[in-house]
Design a protein around this ligand. Structure first.
Ligand code: ATP
Length: 597
């Protein structure tokens, strides 16, 4: 398959932000893709070579890519730098330089998708001393045979800046249309994807064997399952009603979610909530997990930092584990416990379709027989039948240093990748009149002034609009940040800086700097209001107005355990807005009039 075909499609994709259009461009691409390449093309359109959980990134440094460009086109480094300043994008620089080269020689061979993928794979897997020189050579050889358009996308790809705005679900829609003729199979594809988190794998199965085989996909040790998520509710009464009078209440621990997989080879891998490998960070829980009595399993839990007295500590304490170096010292200094709350696979038996009750019994059995329980525990769970029981467990959990409760439907299966009322999170913040936390994506920033010069001072934040896969702005925040926070956030954001607003961002306000929607931070606000300048939920409550936040403040939590698509959604903002109105009205009814007539 000619790489030119893909480069042309990529080019079209960069010119649209319409999801329908993106889908039809992808359908056309899949029509021209030979069966054996469907999985590779699926990954490539997402700027990847493998599913995220494999942890293999191409990530060539811009400097190395610039050198490859100089080498391929015999260009002067100064010229490359000057073009970079002009375009702000190394792909465009390569495209421009390659035009003059194309005029000089027409000897370039045709690049194929196979060849590009293979070289990219080699680049990704080359490491160690002298590797940047080797990588540079490989890229420059590809550039030598590339057209101007191909060069542009090759460079964007290796530097991790492809940015086509193609979400997983757009690829699933396109696959469904291409291989079944309608979007109806999308749900089945999504299910298989939720169980395996591997788009290329699902695409390959569909292309080679058809939908009936995709429907048989099961959870597999080694392939992370997309996590089941909780809805929120504000009172114990509401929760027990929703649960029809009986449920299991578990402590909501304030740590990091972990999915642990043991494969038949005997090794245990830990995946984060975003399904990235974090085994090393928490390697101190591995021996106990390995000792669970099963040759293969998938269990879930929350890793929490604990004090020397064995008390749960807040989420921030886990940050010490993010260090790349001196991890061993951090492990000693900041001990953690993995608190298990679910089991999705034991031996060959998938537990996904079993009830919570059955899964919990299985988990308890597994845990009881662990040879060592050092650093692992079971999350405390109690059956509740009325709101007073929920309220008193809530007090207990807060006293133990937890965030609140997750109340779970006893009969519910494990709903991979879905947020629903089978799990309800209940935090004190959700109680009436107390402020709620919201996770938003940073899409823009203004430069700081005075003491904050040199870093960003205020951030433009967006909520996720799931229906159309777009990030819509809802507030600017500049308070709650320590100097260290600003430094850290600014440094991390610089990697995602882009010349113009991303096509995946919808904003009605301007920003000095724009970013790819990547980084999620936690915000607290006193109220959700309506404003004409924000685009989240525009027109949902009042024509011409979207949701804005009153007194927004950073809580100190950078949610790097959340992908941008896991941020608070526009729909959730709408629900919070309605809840707030209901509370206000209830408050008015309950407050006796000051001047009874
Ligand atoms: P939050 O921002 O409140 O942490 P979230 O968006 O990360 O929530 P939710 O599904 O909304 O995820 O809330 C459940 C989260 O709470 C889980 O992802 C997990 O990390 C954490 N958690 C803590 N204790 C439990 C528990 N007992 N059962 C399930 N999840 C738990």
């Amino acid at each position: 398959m000619d790489f030119a075909l893909l480069a042309e499609a990529f080019d079209k994709m960069t010119r649209t932000s319409s999801r329908t259009e993106l889908t039809s461009i992808l359908v056309e691409v899949f029509k021209k893709t030979p069966t054996e390449l469907v999985s590779r093309v699926s990954y490539l359109t997402q700027g990847k070579l493998f599913p995220d959980f494999m942890g293999i990134e191409i990530g060539m440094a811009e400097k190395t890519a610039a050198k490859a460009i100089e080498k391929a086109y015999g260009a002067d480094p100064k010229k490359v730098q000057e073009l970079m300043r002009r375009h702000g994008d190394l792909g465009d620089v390569a495209a421009e330089l390659s035009v003059s080269k194309e005029q000089r020689s027409l000897s370039s061979g045709k690049l194929t998708v196979e060849e590009v993928y293979k070289t990219m794979e080699e680049i990704a897997k080359t490491s160690g001393s002298g590797s940047s020189q080797t990588k540079l050579g490989m890229l420059s050889r590809l550039l030598n045979s590339a057209s101007s358009l191909e060069a542009k996308f090759l460079v964007r790809f290796v530097t991790g800046k492809l940015r086509l705005g193609v979400a997983d679900f757009t690829v699933l829609d396109a696959l469904s249309l291409r291989f079944t003729g309608s979007k109806e199979a999308r749900e089945k594809l999504e299910h298989a994807y939720n169980l395996t988190s591997d788009l290329g794998y699902v695409a390959d199965l569909l292309a080679r064997h058809g939908l009936t085989v995709v429907e048989k996909v099961e959870v597999t040790a080694g392939k992370p399952v997309r996590p089941m998520l909780a809805e929120r509710m504000q009172s114990a009464e509401e929760i027990i009603n929703q649960m029809n009078g009986v449920a299991s209440a578990e402590y909501k621990l304030d740590g990091e979610r972990v999915q642990a997989h043991k494969t038949l080879e005997g090794s245990v891998t830990l995946f984060s909530r975003r399904l990235e490998i974090i085994t090393e960070q928490y390697s101190d829980v591995i021996p106990a997990l390995t000792s669970l009595p099963a040759k293969q399993f998938i269990v879930e839990g929350e890793v929490v930092a604990i004090s020397s007295a064995g008390k749960y500590l807040p989420f921030q304490e886990l940050m010490h584990r993010r260090r790349k170096y001196e991890l061993e010292a951090a492990q000693k200094e900041y001990p953690v416990v993995l608190n298990l709350f679910d089991v999705l696979l034991v031996e060959k038996e998938s537990m996904i379709n079993q009830s919570y009750e059955a899964r919990r019994v299985r988990l308890e059995k597994l845990f009881e027989k662990a040879k060592t329980k050092h650093n692992i525990m079971l999350v405390p769970a109690s059956t509740v039948r009325d709101s007073t029981q929920i309220d008193s467990l809530m007090e207990e959990s807060l006293a133990a240093g937890c965030e609140g409760l997750v109340v779970k439907d006893l009969q519910s299966s494990y709903k991979a990748g879905a947020r629903g009322y089978a799990w309800i999170k209940f935090k004190p913040e959700y109680r009436p009149n107390v402020r709620d936390t919201i996770d938003l994506v940073i899409v823009g920033a203004n430069h700081g002034m005075g003491r904050r010069a040199g870093v960003y001072g205020a951030f433009l934040l967006a909520a996720y609009d799931e229906a159309v896969d777009i990030f819509r702005t809802t507030t600017k925040v500049g308070t709650g940040f320590s100097d260290l926070d600003l430094e850290k956030i600014s440094k991390a954001l610089d990697e995602h800086k882009i010349a113009e607003k991303s096509p995946r961002v919808d904003a009605r306000v301007n920003s000095e700097v724009w970013f790819e929607p990547k980084m999620v931070i936690e915000i607290i606000a006193s109220e959700i209001t309506l404003s004409p300048i924000y685009s989240a939920g525009l027109g949902l409550v009042r024509p011409g107005a979207g949701f804005a936040l009153r007194f927004p403040k950073f809580t100190g939590k950078i949610r790097d355990d959340k992908a941008p698509e896991d941020a608070t959604t526009v729909q959730e903002l709408l629900e919070m807005y309605h809840k707030q109105i209901r509370q206000l009205e209830k408050g008015k009814e309950e407050t006796p009039s000051a001047n009874p007539s």
